[in-house]
Write a protein that binds this ligand. Structure first.
Ligand code: FBP
Length: 551
């Protein structure tokens, strides 16, 4: 593999670790735990793994020996910076426990476990990937592990390779599946443990015990750098409004964090849109107001941040999307009819005729391109692929329309817009110091959870706004994060997604300032992630984490 000068130097970085992990550790168990909601139901689904205690690892100073064990690792879902460090931390942790331990990587995500595609990860391979972005060491995928036939195929390959534990590096859906797998393997007495690691740039796998999902830090810093650059360009040329859609399938954490870092003129928060039941028209009118006020101050430019998941939070769009999901659901007669139509016009007309009156009106009011994007295939979890819906273009078009109306009433202002989508640019960036350190420790802790016989746990590192030496390593039972939710028409136990809290410190900090930022140009230019230099720059955590932890 040909490496850039940066990669060569960065590969020498030694992730900082909690002091508690420097020698041998002892397990300290807390009290029994409960799920965040629906305790009776969750208990029924997870009789073996429900109620387990929270675990903390503390320095023991007592030498310990561990029997040889083989472990399998899976990268699941979207890429997030730091995944390679989770794997290198896991590898180093296993080798420290017993140099004869082996780590196998299942290829291409959960499908690798089912299809028996794997590679043994040796130090030669691991060393190539230390402190690098991406998931290319073994690849990732979105195959859902949910059927017992898949679980049993997993047992076959684990038995063949002598694997005693599987580590699933994934988001809320993947770790929900990891917990189901842990329970199944426990009930079957298979002797295979399952441990999860909290991954996703979206930042929505977090709670009291999991302070952040890895990748969020690097992705937000990367987007904020780009947003800052665009702001400076906007402020120099003074002729464009830039509408920037930011990744985050559902929650608006990324948009909010980037807003706190860069101070845009507009930043929509999907959770607020849902809470206030704002219509698309109201959203457009609000943005137009800012455009007009700024133009009247002579500032015919601006930056608006749009969360990727917005459309699903606008009440009338949510109803429309739910209806489209049913209409296009696999096996439904309407889906078959839709697929058999050949032209876009036929498909659009069919959808308009089949939807309820209200949704049909909403669908018909959307530009053709957006309508088409809303009918594209769903992901394996049944979600609309919001990254393929050009909400930023939709909003530009609608603001232009609204301004045309105002111009007819005599208003004289110009508006010229550029659209951007920042998503994939940030998902595989070289992990920041925070993500390099955090991920390495998460992987290392996973090896300790395994060595101590745990299953159904998520690897956890707490106290993350303190220097890494003071971080608290441990494990949290996955069942503790679960509640019951309707999925594909059925109530299912799932990890509760962490949306932006409107009474949370990050949102409040933004809401307090946004009116000022809207009218008065207050841009901040965060600049690129720094890997060498003063710790105040290199080790800074996200503003979200700082605000949440100082509440
Ligand atoms: P995960 O939840 O699996 O981490 O994925 C996050 C994400 O990057 C979202 O922000 C985005 O909507 C989605 O993946 C895009 O999916 P894909 O990679 O399949 O295009």
């Amino acid at each position: 593999m040909i490496k850039s000068v940066f990669q060569i130097e960065r590969s020498k970085y030694t992730p900082k670790m909690p002091k508690a992990l420097s020698g041998t550790v002892k397990v300290v168990e807390g009290g029994k735990t409960n799920s965040v909601a629906d305790q009776d139901d969750i208990k029924k689904f997870f009789p073996g793994t429900y109620g387990m205690p929270i675990i903390t690892f503390e320095e023991s100073g007592v030498a310990a020996t561990y029997p040889v064990l083989n472990v399998g690792v899976i990268l699941s879902g979207g890429q997030a910076p730091g995944g390679h460090n989770v794997i290198s931390g896991l590898f180093d942790g296993l080798k420290k426990l017993n140099p004869s331990n082996k780590l196998f990587g299942f290829l291409g995500g959960p499908a690798g476990l089912v299809d028996h595609k794997y590679v043994e990860l040796t130090s030669d391979i691991i060393d190539e990937y230390r402190n690098t972005g991406g998931f290319d060491i073994i690849g990732s995928g979105r195959t859902k592990l949910e059927e017992t036939a898949q679980f049993d195929k997993g047992i076959d390959i684990c038995n063949k390779l002598g694997i005693k534990a599987i580590v699933v590096i994934g988001g809320d859906d993947s770790n929900t599946n990891a917990c189901v797998l842990a329970e199944y393997y426990l009930q079957k007495n298979s002797g295979i443990q399952v441990i999860g690691c909290p991954k996703t740039i979206d930042g929505d796998l977090k709670n009291e015990m999991i302070e952040a999902s890895f990748g969020f830090d690097t992705a937000c810093k990367t987007y904020s750098e780009l947003i800052g650059n665009i702001m400076r360009d906007a402020n120099s040329a003074k002729k464009y409004w830039h509408f920037i859609k930011l990744m985050g399938r559902s929650a608006s954490h990324i948009g909010l964090e980037c807003a706190l870092q860069s101070r845009p003129n507009v930043c929509l928060i999907s959770e607020e849109v849902a809470e206030k039941k704002l219509t698309l028209e109201q959203i457009v009118n609000d943005i137009t107001d800012v455009v007009v006020k700024r133009a009247q101050n002579g500032e015919t430019f601006g930056v608006a941040l749009i969360p990727e998941g917005l459309v699903e939070f606008i009440p009338e769009m949510k109803v429309l999307i739910d209806e489209l999901n049913d209409l296009l659901a696999e096996g439904h007669a309407t889906a078959e009819k839709f697929q058999n139509l050949t032209t876009n016009t036929e498909r659009r007309d069919f959808v308009i005729d089949t939807l309820s009156k209200e949704s049909s009106k909403v669908f018909a009011s959307l530009p053709n391109g957006i309508g088409r994007q809303l009918t594209l295939d769903r992901d394996p979890h049944g979600n609309v692929q919001v990254s393929r819906i050009e909400t930023e273009r939709l909003l530009i078009e609608m603001v232009e329309k609204r301004l045309a109306e105002l111009r007819r009433g005599g208003l004289k202002i110009s508006f010229s817009a550029q659209n951007h989508f920042f998503g994939y640019e940030g998902r595989c960036a070289a992990p920041s110091n925070f993500d390099s350190d955090y991920c390495y420790s998460l992987g290392f802790v996973a090896s300790l959870l395994i060595a101590n016989g745990k299953t159904g746990y998520l690897s956890s590192i707490r106290n993350t706004t303190a220097p890494a030496a003071e971080w608290i390593p441990g494990g949290v039972p996955i069942t503790m994060m679960m509640n019951m939710e309707r999925r594909h028409g059925e109530m299912k136990p799932v990890i509760q997604k962490a949306l932006v809290l409107l009474d949370g410190a990050p949102y409040k900090a933004f809401a307090e300032k946004r009116e000022e930022w809207a009218i008065k140009t207050s841009f901040v230019y965060p600049g690129p992630i720094q890997y060498w230099g003063p710790s105040t720059v290199c080790d800074a955590t996200t503003k979200t984490l700082q605000l949440e932890r100082t509440k």
